[in-house]
Design a protein around this ligand. Structure first.
Ligand SMILES: Nc1ncnc2c1ncn2[C@@H]1O[C@H](COP(=O)(O)OP(=O)(O)OP(=O)(O)O)[C@@H](O)[C@H]1O
Length: 387
């Protein structure tokens, strides 16, 4: 049985629906990120798991015991969850040691046991030597470690983090990110971690739960949600994405995913699909910028003229914005190394890999402005939550 089961959690704040029937399971020792834009319901879900907020309906089970059901919930202090927030919430008048010892005060342990726990936890988070310092004498990263130690010291059954790194500068955030990951690999504590930063979620999580407007959009490993998004929203939120309408010509092999030859604005391309598709089906494909090759115009494929409109040099990679002149479609292309095609260059693009969006596109949208070739020139955005 999963360590933590969130089953159909719904939350209304008056007329505002913050969460709509959220269900997910977290395995023992798993690190799950709740990822979504501001207002998507991440914090509300975390607070309901923590017992700081009451669900309107739905159930939560931790270690086989129901801790939330409908209008009833087990108080936060009886849940054995560790909480770390972005604003540290460290007591300013206590030393590091006293802060970490604070949650143990009410537990039935003798003094020696408490001291041993505090010592071990301070060492585990890398604060050994700073025990007697006051919070005013610590850096942001060190303060966050005190908060982490204080949450860990009671051996929680699940660790809950709410944007713990967002108050740190970029360099420290990267450092703490990798330290948190190392810490998790060592301690193997079941963890739910809220962030709006897709890079943070992808770097840290075993699985990422993408949320928008109070709904769970998709849950899966970082590679899966990046390579195989379920809709426009997930594709865009996880990074730059290009979209094209197309029509299935034929199957070109099978495997875990099905592969199809698709007739698109880019000519014929191969795309993977989770669902089996029949020839003639109108589909929409998503193509990551690194899966598009930018070539000199003499290698142009059948399909039209592309022109570079923006060039952004990012060190190891260059990102181009390229317009398809006939239809006004604009794509991102990423290529290794420094810029080779200045703004205004005519280029050709070649798609190396593509993914068919599963079910989100309403067929009417694509067919509405379909050309005689059977291909829509401009894919329409899909409403969030339509997955
Ligand atoms: N106490 C409250 N009273 C009324 N509405 C609330 C309350 N708390 C949250 N909401 C609303 O519920 C929705 C979800 O909010 P929540 O804070 O969970 O989102 P979030 O994804 O964590 O956003 P952020 O990243 O900005 O913290 C929002 O529309 C928010 O305005």
């Amino acid at each position: 049985m999963s360590k933590l089961i969130v089953d159909g959690i719904h939350k209304n704040f008056g007329s505002v629906t913050a969460l709509q029937k959220i269900s997910l399971e977290v395995a023992e020792g798993e690190f799950i990120c709740l990822l979504g834009p501001s207002g998507s319901g991440k914090t509300t879900l975390l607070r309901i798991i923590a017992g700081l907020e009451q669900a309107t309906s739905g159930k939560i089970i931790l270690d086989g015991k129901t801790i939330t059901r409908g209008g009833w919930h087990l108080p936060a202090e009886q849940r054995q969850v560790g909480l770390v927030f972005q604003n540290y919430a460290v007591w300013p008048h206590m030393t590091v040691e006293e802060n970490v010892a604070f949650p143990l005060a009410s537990l039935p342990l003798n003094r020696g046991e408490k001291e041993e726990k505090v010592r071990r936890t301070i060492r585990a988070v890398g604060l050994a030597g700073l025990e007697k310092r006051s919070p005013a004498q610590l850096s942001g990263g060190q303060l966050q470690r005190v908060a982490l130690a204080r949450a860990l010291v009671t051996n929680p059954r699940v660790m809950l983090f709410d944007e713990p790194l967002s108050n740190l500068d970029a360099r420290l955030r990267d450092e703490m990110r990798s330290q948190l990951r190392t810490w998790h690999q060592e301690l193997k504590l079941t963890t739910v971690y809220v962030t709006h930063d897709q890079a943070e979620a992808m770097a840290m999580a075993d699985r990422v739960a993408v949320m928008a407007e109070g709904r769970l959009q998709q849950i899966g490993g970082p590679t899966e949600i990046y390579r195989e998004p379920c809709n426009h929203f997930v594709a865009r939120f996880l990074g730059k994405a290009n979209f094209s309408a197309g029509m299935v010509l034929r199957s070109v092999g099978s495997g875990e995913n099905h592969s199809y030859l698709i007739k698109s604005l880019m000519g014929e391309i191969i795309a993977q699909s989770r669902e089996p598709l029949t020839p003639g089906t109108q589909v929409e494909v998503v193509i990551r910028p690194e899966d598009v090759e930018i070539l000199p115009p003499f290698a142009r494929q059948k399909g039209g003229n592309w022109r570079v409109t923006e060039v952004e040099f990012g060190g190891p990679m260059t990102t181009y914005r390229v317009n398809f002149e006939e239809s006004g479609v604009s794509w991102y292309v990423m290529a290794l190394g420094q810029p080779r095609y200045p703004v205004g260059s005519e280029v050709a693009l070649k798609v190396r890999d593509a993914w068919v969006l599963p079910t989100a596109v309403e067929q009417g949208q694509i067919m509405e402005d379909r050309r005689s070739s059977g291909i829509s020139p401009r894919p329409q955005p899909v409403a969030v939550g339509s997955a």
